[in-house]
Design a protein around this ligand. Structure first.
Ligand SMILES: [Zn+2]
Ligand SMILES: [Zn+2]
Length: 400
């Protein structure tokens, strides 16, 4: 068991791969902040209402009050959904201190934030603050466990504990933090999941599609025995009997697209798929034929397969796709929702399919907590304890 855990963490808000050269910060209440600068800005001057900072400047912006407040600094055009189909830019209002540094002519903006404030914001960024209490509580406990099991692991070169996005946990500031979510955050402060006395690396994804995937299938190089595959209810908690697609937008995070996630379908043309695959894997495919050697897990997610194609001379080739992530990235330029799908060729000519129809289930890797399923459980009156025991049957609930 972790003997001590940090009271504050450092979150990367703008990281070098974003390639951002300048950023605008707005201070609705400048009296909350004190700015310290190496250059250009007079350190004795008062905090302005707005400030544009370019790469090359080094600034420390200190928050002078500790309470969660709607007048916190707003950072414009922060990237949400890096690399995914839901990528967009949003303005975020962040608690805590900010620091702007320079890395090879692009900006790094980090947020030094109290750990529990960060977790409250994560819960209402991953899904919305309109979710029922039991959902928010389970999400906060899972997010706390994940965080403490993963501090500094994902971006060791950046000197941050985590980034602000789906690669770590979604952290979009306090905008979604309503009174109820703030109360729940206080109520479950310090609660975590453990397994054999260690903090559980509690992963989660949007929708398992009916059965969760085994963590060791999704991340074969890691040891995640407590992320076992579970049947997500009969009928499934993430299915339409518990939550229908029309109601889902009330509960989803504010960057998520309206879509059907439990079951979905998508058409991709031969031309689009070939161009994308060639660019991504540096291949010379002329025509994609489909997949072979497919291995899948209990959730129906493909874990590995070979992509089959012919080149312009008509010679057949295969290219291995070795993880569910690579499969989703390869078969759709905007990323497939999940690797639990069937890929059906369509068109007159069987040796040169015009397009492919993907029919799939679930959104995300599917291991650990199913967020929409946890929402379905909470809406039907289940407690956070019941939700966490369902998705992490081998884990115990503990408090640090
Ligand atoms: Zn990250
Ligand atoms: Zn589910």
């Amino acid at each position: 068991m972790m003997k001590q855990y940090p009271k504050r963490i450092k979150v990367g808000i703008i990281i070098p791969s974003d390639n951002i050269e300048s950023v605008t910060l707005t201070f609705p209440d400048p009296s909350l902040y004190e700015i310290e600068s190496d250059d250009r800005i007079d350190p004795t001057c008062k905090t302005p209402r707005a400030l544009t900072v370019s790469a090359g400047q080094h600034l420390k912006i200190r928050q002078m009050s500790d309470s969660l407040n709607n007048d916190f600094a707003v950072i414009s055009d922060v990237i949400a959904g890096r690399q995914f189909h839901w990528r967009k830019t949003i303005d975020v209002s962040l608690p805590g201190n900010l620091e702007i540094e320079n890395a090879d002519n692009v900006l790094i903006l980090t947020n030094d934030v109290p750990l529990e404030d960060y977790l409250a914001c994560v819960a209402v960024s991953e899904m919305s603050g309109n979710c029922p209490d039991a959902f928010l509580e389970s999400q906060m406990i899972a997010a706390r466990s994940w965080l403490l099991a993963n501090l500094r692991k994902k971006h060791p070169e950046l000197g941050i504990d985590v980034c602000n996005d789906d690669c770590c946990q979604r952290y979009q500031g306090i905008a979604g933090l309503n009174t109820q979510a703030a109360i729940i955050a206080k109520r479950c402060a310090g609660k975590i999941l453990t397994y054999n006395g260690e903090i559980v690396d509690a992963r989660y994804s949007k929708s398992c599609g009916g059965v969760t995937e085994s963590g060791n299938n999704v991340w074969p190089s890691e040891n995640l025995p407590y992320l076992s595959s579970v049947i997500d209810g009969d009928p499934p908690f993430c299915g339409p009997q518990y939550i229908n697609d029309a109601d889902l937008p009330i509960y989803l995070g504010n960057v998520d697209e309206q879509h059907s996630y439990f079951r979905w379908s998508k058409e991709i043309s031969q031309g689009d798929l070939t161009d994308h695959v060639n660019a991504l894997h540096h291949l010379e495919a002329d025509c994609i034929l489909g997949l072979e050697n497919e291995k899948s897990g209990p959730s129906g997610r493909l874990l590995s397969c070979n992509l089959v194609f012919v080149d312009s001379a008509g010679i057949r080739h295969t290219h291995p796709l070795e993880t569910e992530y690579t499969i989703r990235q390869t078969l759709d330029s905007s990323f497939l929702f999940s690797s639990a799908f069937t890929m059906t060729p369509s068109g007159e000519n069987q040796t040169n399919p015009e397009k492919f129809i993907f029919t799939g289930k679930g959104w995300g890797h599917g291991a650990g907590l199913c967020q929409i399923g946890a929402l379905g459980m909470a809406l039907s009156g289940k407690s956070s304890d019941e939700i966490l025991r369902h998705y992490f049957p081998e884990a115990d609930l503990d408090t640090i």
